[in-house]
Design a protein. Structure first.
Length: 467
């Protein structure tokens, strides 16, 4: 399809300009005033045009655990998540649809889904998520969340203290599953990318990281993992490696320009230097970090050191939403309390750049998408500046980032395809989707948590909490 966006407001170095934008097939063909009309005319007057944002870290199956898990630290929260995770591929499909819908309606055009796999249905899990993302029309990176160490390995002293069974699959078996997933589902030309996604050093062996590194190198795949999300993981890294987990991942060759690292809270200055040196990306998930009490990532230090930073929502079980604008707001103004020098604070314009080009840098696509640049792929979002939440007419980007935008997304294009028009998703019937979710199950049953009772006393002991 070909479109001409007429009289869109776009940010420029010294403020804003009104321009026309031509989209041809999947690319931005031209930007400028008074362009000739080609294709379908889109009246964009009184609308703000921005590149699409990247939801740089989420777990789509957690859609079903929205509002379900109590406020707990990660290590205990995760026990409850595992006890209530869906085990049907159809729910994986619906969870991916829900995650994509929320992301698109808040300005995101790309997702990094650190996808939980259903045991024994690993390929079916990926197939379900990929089907959802193709249907809704979002650009997706699916990073199957894999491990080869038991659950208790994620706790300091866990393996030697807590009862457990060995992980049911060998490292070789896990790597074979990943090879099969890549062979079957990696389809960048269709907007579906497979990334390697070890859950983190705390539940993955060095051999698994090395095997995934090699697979990433052979197929030029992105790499995605959790990194030092909690103080507990910092303690575990000292126990396991005698020092820095970041240095250890560097020595394994896992850190490079294709690597994105979710959370990255408990890092020191030497770790930050390694991230800058290896050109790794940090994905900032401020909302889930606050909900789980994990801490505040040193994002201003990252930026000052030249580390690329993107934003993520994290999953519904630790955020309870997938609102990119909310994630950007909290993820930027939170740091006004971490550094008294206001000249270091993240401005709304900087936050938008981090969410767009910063996000696409994290998935190794910044040369192809992520900015309003002729020749780049058209991942574009129009915001309605007549929307009450974007009034009065002060500064559009400040209102977008610092305000509380509601239903402000008017149109969205992903890879040149218009997937939202007039604020309505064109690819999926959202009313029918909502009814399907409402009809699932009956009432509001109380979940049964078991695992937390097996690990809570140990966690409190190793973290120095009172009995």
């Amino acid at each position: 399809m070909t479109y001409t966006l007429r009289s869109a407001l776009v940010p420029v170095e010294d403020g804003y300009a009104t321009v026309d934008v031509q989209i041809e097939v999947d690319r931005i063909a031209a930007i400028g005033p008074d362009l000739p009309l080609v294709g379908t005319a889109i009246e964009a007057e009184n609308k703000l045009l921005l590149p699409g944002f990247v939801n740089g870290h989420t777990h789509s199956p957690q859609f079903w655990q929205r509002g379900l898990i109590p406020q707990l630290p990660l290590e205990l929260w995760l026990a409850d998540v595992f006890d209530t995770s869906p085990t049907e591929a159809e729910k994986t499909y619906l969870g991916a649809l829900g995650t994509a819908i929320h992301t698109l309606l808040s300005g995101g055009t790309c997702i990094m889904d650190h996808l939980y796999l259903i045991a024994g249905q690993e390929l079916e899990s990926v197939a379900a998520a990929a089907r959802a993302y193709k249907e809704v029309g979002i650009r997706a990176f699916i990073a199957p969340l894999i491990q080869d160490l038991p659950f208790v390995a994620g706790y300091p002293e866990g393996v030697k203290t807590l009862p457990h069974q060995p992980y049911p699959q060998s490292t070789e078996d896990v790597l074979a599953i990943m090879e099969a997933i890549v062979a079957q589902f990696h389809a960048p030309d269709d907007g579906i990318h497979i990334a390697v996604g070890p859950t983190g050093f705390h539940r993955c062996s060095d051999a698994l990281f090395e095997g995934l590194r090699d697979l990433s190198d052979r197929r030029n795949l992105c790499r995605h993992t959790h990194l030092l999300e909690t103080r507990s993981q910092k303690i575990l890294a000292q126990e396991r490696f005698g020092g820095s987990a970041v240095r250890h991942l560097q020595q394994l060759g896992f850190l490079d320009h294709r690597t994105s690292l979710a959370h990255s809270i408990w890092l020191d200055d030497a770790d930050i230097d390694i991230l800058a040196e290896t050109k790794s990306t940090v994905v900032h998930n401020a909302l889930s970090n606050l909900r789980l009490g994990s801490g505040i990532a040193p994002v201003l230090k990252y930026l000052q050191a030249g580390v690329n930073v993107a934003f993520g929502c994290d999953g519904f079980a630790s955020n309870d939403g997938q609102d990119m604008l909310e994630a950007i707001k909290i993820g930027s103004i939170l740091h006004n309390v971490t550094d008294p020098d206001y000249q270091h604070w993240i401005t709304p314009h900087k936050a938008v750049e981090m969410a767009a080009i910063g996000g696409f840098t994290g998935v190794n696509l910044a040369d192809q998408v992520g900015s309003l640049t002729v020749g780049k792929q058209a991942d574009l979002v129009l915001y309605d500046l007549k929307n009450l939440s974007l009034l009065p007419r002060t500064d559009p980007i400040k209102l977008l980032v610092l305000g509380r935008p509601h239903a402000a997304v008017e149109s969205v294009w992903v890879r040149g395809r218009q997937v939202i028009s007039g604020g309505t998703l064109q690819t999926v019937d959202t009313a029918q989707f909502s009814q399907t979710i409402f009809n699932d199950g009956t009432g509001y049953p109380t979940p049964h948590y078991k695992t937390i009772h097996q690990v809570e006393a140990h966690y409190r002991r190793v973290m120095g909490l009172s009995e």
